[in-house]
Design a protein around this ligand. Structure first.
Ligand SMILES: [Ca+2]
Ligand SMILES: [Ca+2]
Ligand SMILES: [Ca+2]
Length: 622
């Protein structure tokens, strides 16, 4: 395991492992021992990649079962068990998935990375009672570690509340079970994170707790209120794992089928050798006895943070090819990034540089506030000159609060991009409502987020065809469903609608979307091509294209200020190269490009010199 700061070490603990239920026990464990990074390895960031497929020749799991990833023993089989829950996950309703189905998730475990050294026992636990014959999941679990300086050192994991807690039982109220916890800190304690994973299960009377009941939770630190919130996920209808063969759209007690159960975290400073106390209570409730919350809550005692000014690029949500972001990718408009403050100074501004790797980089300064250990979602301006139909997108932190960031190894992040749907400049939005049209409206936004078309107030079970003419550019079509149940959902009586894009001239549809989309359907698309939003010609060049429209020939003339080596490419609007010609050390070019063999339509002429790349759009008409 040799790597440099900034490199990623990958440790796979579960490789193509078939996980099945144990119906007699309700849980089946899959422990493995694996060599993790050696003691002394400095790690900056760690996360688990979890992926599922159907086992070869078998069905995927059918039900939404409660799964866990536990750190069991460290330091050998004779060591005592740590029993720390690293992650919790609920399997999707997988009954309809085929052999090609695949999904993956990522879980940040940086909080625990300093425990993950040398020989480690990791146990994946799969819950549930369905049959284990011919049905299960093919599991891959990889731990990823980015080498580098830790933000702070983990000193002690204090256990607060761990296990299943019955809810609504008057003989044993949950608040008697959740007793206040007090702990003593060490001599080098400086900061602390309270980390709680809580999910509600069971369906009792009268409120269907704790799977389907939103209930208040209160937290105190040292006798003072720390947080109050409802233990609830309200965004299951936006799950990237969709559709599912079950009631995937229903919001639930802090979880969604087919997703990670996200921890609630609270960060604060602490004093060396201090005593800290924590309290947790759930809203009073009287039920019929089957409701429960599964809670693993830790107070993580850390030393002093290392950096004062340290912004880190945590993620790029768009553009991205990651499964988790598939609902709103691929994009052509505003990139969306996640920035974290790893330093103790509040962040008030960040200067970013962003663009396709090797291409034109743009600059943007964001203003806002990010406190220590907090994350912020940031949108960058939609002025990316993509330059190719796919490639790597790069974002870099240049300055933080107008100053040089103290830790630069986390300042750069790459994602994969590809061209979004390409739509003709005249096309038809074809929408058929179901029994509840008042739940729906659709809007098209341009690249800057301005509304350019919108439709609402529909009649029930009615088909609408709206012919739209849009200028060349980048757009996002969004169909909202205020009841979060899409146009077609098997478990309601709302009927069935559809949404399609049709060609204006022939009427045939070129894009059709599943009506079982839950809360929102998002479709980024381009009209007139993807590579850049506008013709993007180096203004210092004389770069002429004619005739335009062209038929069998396009003439390309350009004059340079010094001898240049140039390449001229003819590309389609998805960026694919159709032909090219190169010239070395020329003062000018005058080239004829044969277009007699390509279909009528819009194309791009790309002129690439050592210093710049220019594009011109051209129409071919036969
Ligand atoms: Ca940094
Ligand atoms: Ca509905
Ligand atoms: Ca609906």
């Amino acid at each position: 395991m040799f790597a440099s700061p900034g490199d990623t070490i990958k440790i796979q603990t579960h490789t193509n492992m078939v996980v099945r239920t144990n119906p007699s026990a309700g849980n089946s464990g899959y422990p493995t021992w694996t060599n993790f990074p050696a003691q002394g390895t400095q790690i900056h960031k760690a996360w688990i990649s979890l992926s599922l497929k159907c086992p070869v020749g078998e069905n995927c799991g059918e039900w939404d079962y409660l799964d866990y990833i536990f750190l069991r023993r460290k330091g050998g089989v004779g060591a005592s068990s740590e029993n720390i829950e690293l992650a919790r996950f609920i399997t999707p309703y997988g009954n309809s998935y085929s052999a090609t189905w695949f999904a993956d998730w990522e879980v940040d475990v940086t909080d625990f990375e300093q425990l993950l050294r040398d020989s480690i026992e990791i146990e994946y636990i799969h819950g549930g009672y369905e049959t284990n014959v011919g049905r299960g999941w093919l599991l891959n679990l990889t731990f990823n570690f980015i080498e580098g300086t830790p933000v702070r050192d983990l000193k002690t994991v204090h256990r607060l509340w761990n296990g299943g807690f019955g809810y609504g039982n008057t003989g044993n109220p949950i608040n008697n079970q959740l007793s206040d916890q007090s702990l003593s800190l060490g001599s080098d304690a400086a900061s602390m994170r309270l980390r709680i994973i809580q999910s509600g299960h069971g369906a009792d009377n009268p409120d269907y707790c704790a799977e389907f009941c939103p209930k208040q939770r209160a937290l105190q630190r040292n006798g003072t209120s720390l947080d109050q919130r409802i233990v609830w996920r309200d965004d299951c209808g936006l799950n990237p794992v969709f559709p599912q063969a079950g009631t995937w759209i229903y919001d639930r007690g802090n979880w969604c089928p087919g997703d990670i159960v996200f921890p609630d975290v609270f960060d604060f400073d602490v004093s060396p050798n201090a005593t800290e106390s924590f309290g947790m209570q759930m809203e009073n409730y009287v039920g019929s006895g089957s409701a429960n919350y599964v809670i693993h809550a830790y107070a993580l005692e850390f030393g002093a943070p290392r950096f004062g000014l340290d912004a880190s690029l945590d993620d790029i949500k768009a553009p991205s090819k990651r499964y988790s972001y598939r609902r709103f990718n691929p994009i052509c408009g505003k990139p969306e990034i996640v920035v974290m403050n790893n330093g103790t100074n509040p962040i008030s501004s960040i200067e970013f540089s962003y663009g396709p790797e090797g291409g034109q980089m743009n600059s943007y300064t964001w203003n806002g506030t990010i406190d220590f250990m907090k994350k912020a979602d940031i949108q960058l301006p939609a002025n990316v000159q993509w330059g190719a139909s796919e490639g790597k997108f790069k974002v870099e932190i240049v300055k933080v609060n107008g100053q040089t960031d103290e830790y630069s190894l986390n300042n750069t992040f790459f994602s994969d991009f590809e061209a979004p749907l390409s739509v003709p400049d005249v096309f038809v939005v074809n929408f058929r409502t179901n029994n509840f049209p008042q739940e729906n409206f659709w809007t098209i936004y341009n690249a800057n987020g301005d509304e350019v078309e919108t439709r609402n107030s529909f009649a029930a079970n009615t088909e609408y065809k709206d012919t739209l003419t849009l200028p060349w550019g980048c757009y996002t079509f969004i169909l909202e469903d205020t009841d979060k149940d899409g146009l077609s959902f098997w478990a309601n009586n709302d009927g069935s609608g559809f949404i399609r894009f049709r060609k204006a001239n022939t009427g045939s549809f070129f894009k059709s979307f599943s009506g079982d989309f839950g809360t929102r359907l998002v479709v980024p698309f381009t009209v007139g091509g993807f590579l850049g939003l506008e013709d993007n010609a180096d203004k210092s060049l004389e770069f002429l294209i004619y005739p335009n429209p062209a038929s069998n020939l396009i003439k390309v003339d350009a004059v340079f200020h010094q001898p240049e080596s140039v390449q001229i490419s003819l590309r389609n609007l998805e960026g694919q190269e159709i032909s090219n010609v190169s010239k070395r050390n020329v003062w000018s070019i005058s080239e004829e490009i044969n277009t007699s063999n390509i279909p009528s339509g819009m194309y791009l002429i790309e002129l690439r010199t050592q210093k710049s790349t220019s594009y011109r759009k051209v129409v071919v008409q036969h």
